[in-house]
Ligand binder design. Structure first.
Ligand code: ATP
Ligand code: MG
Length: 450
């Protein structure tokens, strides 16, 4: 336990209050994981916390929501008065909270047994709901009756999935059954809170198992997932149905919000684009482009930030491009994706490949390595294959005597085309020569026409 936490606990104890480190930090400590933050619970009321700890460290007095936030050595700590939650009427927050003096009652309002443990040096571990035992067994289990707990706060459904995905714990049977039964309650939860849990679920090391088991929970807020489940692709490149394939791609994609959301949604349009030819082979023509649009709608609905949405959209749009590993084709693709997103695109394609027919994987991965090598070659000098990174700009063309805006834009596009196609180097002198040639031949035609 960090010295600051010990210090705060002992300052509260000196005044006769109970105080414990509680929740996630105790769960992580019991598991031998370094906690990322420490929460404290105490019998002291918010004003009493303020006077025990000295006001100078307090960031948020907590008089509004009962949680005092304290800053020590740049670290923030939350100190919350023991409480019970009153009645919940809307599946997301209690109508009122009541401050109490019993730790046990405070632990009883917490979501899962593994999160309902507290510790301090004087009393040791307090674990009234068997959290330690559930950690040993690797189980996420509701404190109390799961149906009641999920009805109180439906977000707990996604929290269960997130902890399962992060810790690799199984969700205990009754809790799991209740999740399936009550998933529809997530309709009452705000988009922001759903999005934050969803990204947490996707980012977990053990997300594959959770995603395979609970597509119907995700379908409550992304109904587009439902038709993916069980859709047989009838294609030699694939041995899994669309959802199973998707889950493998998520698991194989690098961690991070953009990559994992792109993986989750990369084939979202496959059900809409599915056709079977007369030989019985399945095709999904147009699914990357339509998928990019669908993903953008879905992520807007979930109130994700614009930067994430535009990156995910781009990755999905280009995820099925298969350029040959040769400079011209790679330059062309870079001009569309931009340099920054090219490697992420390759990462998505690698993850996508690993979720396909195992026989085809080594060949496809080798090709991606070759593509990446060519990408490094063609961008080694900082070239980005867009107008902005051309070695000439509008000013250079004006200096040659062209003064019409449209004409300048057209010439720049033509020069970019030349560079991408490998018909001119991206060098000022060479490009200016090219332009001069074009201007002169333009004069020729004019003269001829006269
Ligand atoms: P993390 O490592 O993700 O921070 P955590 O367990 O610390 O996990 P927090 O969201 O920080 O999770 O919440 C701190 C504690 O508050 C939890 O351990 C749990 O005891 C309790 N808690 C948080 N959210 C809820 C909820 N929706 N319902 C009941 N208890 C909750
Ligand atoms: Mg926490």
């Amino acid at each position: 336990m960090p010295e600051n936490v010990k210090l705060m606990i002992s300052k509260l104890e000196e005044r006769g209050y109970k105080a414990f480190a509680v929740g996630g930090c105790i769960r992580d400590s019991v598991m031998g994981i370094m906690p990322h933050d420490w929460d404290i619970c105490t019998s002291a009321l918010p004003e009493e916390i303020l006077s025990a700890l000295g006001k100078h460290n307090v960031i948020d007095s907590g008089l509004k929501h009962g949680t005092v936030t304290v800053k020590f050595d740049k670290e923030l700590y939350e100190i919350t008065t023991f409480r019970t939650d009153g009645k919940y009427s809307d599946n997301r927050r209690p109508e009122q909270v009541t401050f109490i003096t019993s730790l046990e009652e405070d632990l009883a309002r917490r979501d899962f047994t593994v999160n309902a443990m507290a510790y301090n040096d004087s009393e040791g571990l307090r674990d009234p709901f068997g959290g330690q035992e559930d950690i040993k067994r690797g189980l996420i289990r509701c404190v109390g009756d799961p149906d009641e707990r999920f009805n109180e706060d439906a977000l707990r459904i996604l929290r269960a999935l997130r902890f399962s995905s992060r810790l690799g714990f199984e969700i205990e049977e009754q809790t799991a059954e209740s999740i399936r039964k009550n998933a529809g309650l997530l309709k009452n939860i705000s988009a922001e809170r759903i999005a934050s849990e969803l990204t947490g679920i996707l980012d977990g090391k053990y997300c594959e198992r959770v995603l395979l088991e609970y597509p119907m929970v995700l379908s409550v807020f992304i109904p587009e997932i439902k038709p993916m489940v069980g859709l047989d692709q009838r294609n030699p490149h694939h041995i899994y149905d669309v959802w199973t394939h998707t889950v493998k791609v998520v698991g194989n994609a690098p961690q991070g919000k953009v990559m994992r959301l792109a993986a989750l949604l990369h084939d979202i349009a496959k059900p809409c684009c599915f056709t079977v030819d007369d030989r019985g082979t399945g095709h999904f023509k147009g699914h990357p482009e339509l998928g990019a649009e669908m993903a953008s709608h879905i992520l807007k609905r979930l109130h994700l930030d614009n930067d994430t949405i535009s990156k995910v959209k781009l990755l999905i749009h280009y995820h099925d491009r298969r350029p040959m590993p040769e400079p011209r084709q790679i330059r062309r693709l870079v001009s569309k994706t931009g340099v920054e997103m090219f490697i992420p695109l390759m990462e998505l394609k690698r993850a996508d490949t690993k979720g396909q027919n195992p026989e085809t994987i080594p060949g496809k991965l080798k090709k991606l390595d070759e593509i990446e090598a060519v990408f490094r070659q063609v961008t080694a000098d900082g070239s980005e294959f867009n107008i902005k990174s051309l070695a000439i700009n509008g000013g250079d063309i004006i200096a040659l005597g062209v003064n019409e805006g449209k004409e300048i834009g057209r010439l720049l596009s033509e020069m970019l085309e030349l560079v991408i196609e490998g018909n001119a180097p991206n060098e000022k002198q060479a490009l200016l020569e090219e332009i001069k040639k074009r201007l002169n031949s333009g004069d020729d035609t004019k003269q001829k026409n006269q």
